[in-house]
Design a protein around this ligand. Structure first.
Ligand code: NAD
Length: 483
């Protein structure tokens, strides 16, 4: 059979073993670049979630029973194994998510290993405090693991976002049940095997694939789960908060964005335009912090639009395996339809379509890098997250006008500001409603810096020591000192 890859069969991963789902159901996983089947993947059900959660609860004692430094060594070994096997992981991720191989190597995989190493280093540095309260008592705090963590992951960065959750949870002494996105389960299943090989005790990290409405929902409502960490859409985030209320689980939500990139007339336009283009076209725009709105001061508006159009047209869209490809397909037929529908909406709203606007070819979910000019702030394409390679370019008059529009959506994940005026960039950074502000750059993330937003962009922060708060809780201890 003339197929690039054999169809592989994947089971769930529970208690250190591959197990068939109790549902008996499997789905076919497609390559978004060719629409060809690449794998057959087990679909878990409620009974599988029950099993994974009870295994993870039992494993809390085992994992928490190890010395902190030993836990750190196991996570370091896992990082080394991931690194040794990175070419395989890069290929799996590229194939499953339609991402250019080069981008997965440079960005996703590098961040995965860096994240794991960073949190491995935290294992033996999570401390409490001695807090003097009374002369007749020794009063101190310890930070305890929250317990069993459900990590619910989206399809745009399956491994990287998965690791943002798994690594700090494990470092804090928690055990984990991961629910990968339906469309991209493969890399996490392989990573769970590598963790086991590195010496992670069975049951500490489990992977239950399946539908969000079945496996995700069961995890969120499960009384044996103590914490849900979720990245995905605001709609599902809301459902998760409601479900988690049943037994007052801790919840962290990383949701959507409609991030603005503000280009003032005195900016270095070469750099600003290059970053603005990659800010929207990287990962085919399927990035929560995509700079999907570029706000440009009127004196340079026409020039910036012209240069953005040139950049959009120069992007090489195609086979993710081809090293010259800079943009792959979007993830699915459904996502492609959503993106194309938004392009129709933009046209109907009266924005000027100046680049792209159509599907490419008839096989694979490829959409042209698309730029709309003359976008008004209240148009749907300027207000709603498209999650595809579609840029809205909006003119502004002055700083106040730019800030009004930049802050004028329900999102607050990230924003960028471009200007040579040092006072202005600090003033604007302070006034922007965003969890991350990039000044004269765009798009960087690093596990050492907090990441997240508020409103429709989520609740809480991941990364850095902020994530340690997500997976631990303090206990106050009083010891009487009287003789
Ligand atoms: P989604 O919300 O549809 O799905 C995310 C995950 O939730 C999947 O694993 C899905 O199976 C699961 N899920 C679905 N319904 C569920 C339910 N009722 N209960 C529990 N789990 C359920 O999102 P998506 O389409 O996979 O990803 C795209 C969205 O993710 C975008 O809105 C994007 O902005 C957001 N995102 C945010 C960040 C961030 O860091 N803030 C990063 C990446 C993606």
């Amino acid at each position: 059979m003339d197929q690039k890859v054999d169809i592989k069969h994947y089971e769930l991963f529970i208690d250190g073993r591959h197990v068939a789902p109790t549902t008996g159901e499997y789905t076919i996983d497609l390559d978004p670049a060719t629409e060809e089947p690449i794998a057959e993947v087990a679909q878990g059900g409620v009974a599988d979630v029950d099993r994974a959660v009870s295994v993870a609860r039992a494993a809390l004692k085992v994992w928490g029973g190890l010395r902190a430094a030993e836990r750190g060594r196991i996570l370091q070994r896992a990082a080394a194994l991931l690194e040794q096997n990175q070419e395989e992981l890069i290929e799996i991720e590229s194939l499953d998510a339609g991402k250019p191989l080069a981008a997965v190597r440079r960005q996703d995989m590098a961040a995965v290993i860096d994240t794991l190493r960073y949190y491995a280093g935290w294992c033996d540095k999570i401390t409490g405090q001695v807090i003097p309260a009374r002369p007749d008592a020794l009063t101190y705090t310890v930070r305890e693991p929250v317990g069993v963590v459900a990590a619910i992951v989206p399809w745009n960065f399956p491994l990287m976002i998965g690791m943002w959750k798994i690594a700090p949870a494990l470092a804090c002494g928690c055990t984990v049940v991961v629910k990968p996105a339906e469309l991209t389960p493969l890399s996490m299943l392989r990573v769970a095997e590598l963790f086991l090989e590195a010496g992670l005790p069975a049951g500490v990290l489990n992977v239950v694939c399946g539908k969000g409405s079945v496996v995700g929902e069961a995890l969120v409502r499960h009384p044996g789960v103590d914490k849900v960490t979720f990245t995905g859409s605001p709609k599902v985030g809301r459902t998760i908060m409601q479900g988690a209320a049943a037994n007052f689980k801790k919840v962290t939500l990383e949701l959507g964005g409609k991030s603005a990139n503000l280009i003032f007339a005195d900016a270095n336009l070469d750099r600003a335009v290059r970053a603005a283009a990659s800010g929207i076209f990287f990962n085919a725009g399927q990035v929560c912090s995509a700079g999907s709105r570029v706000l440009v001061q009127r004196p340079v508006y026409d020039e910036v639009v012209r240069r953005l159009v040139d950049r959009a047209r120069a992007i090489r869209v195609g086979d993710p395996r081809d090293p010259s490809t800079t943009m792959g397909p979007v993830i699915s037929a459904g996502q492609m339809k959503t993106v194309l529908d938004y392009i129709d909406i933009g046209r109907a709203e009266g924005a000027s379509l100046v680049a792209g606007g159509a599907r490419i070819g008839r096989e694979g979910y490829f959409v042209e890098p698309t730029v709309f000019a003359d976008v008004a702030h209240d148009m749907r394409i300027s207000q709603e997250e498209i999650f595809g390679p579609v840029l809205s370019v909006i003119p502004f008059d002055d700083e106040a006008d730019a800030l009004r529009m930049a802050n004028g959506t329900p999102y607050s994940l990230a924003a960028g500001v471009w200007s040579a005026d040092i006072s202005r960039v600090h003033r604007v950074a302070a006034a922007l409603k965003a969890g991350t502000v990039w000044i004269n750059t765009y798009g960087y993330t690093d596990v050492r810096l907090p990441w997240g937003g508020s409103g429709e962009s989520g609740l809480g922060r991941e990364h850095g020591d902020a994530a340690l708060e997500n997976f631990t809780q303090p206990k106050a201890v009083w010891l009487a000192l009287e003789a």
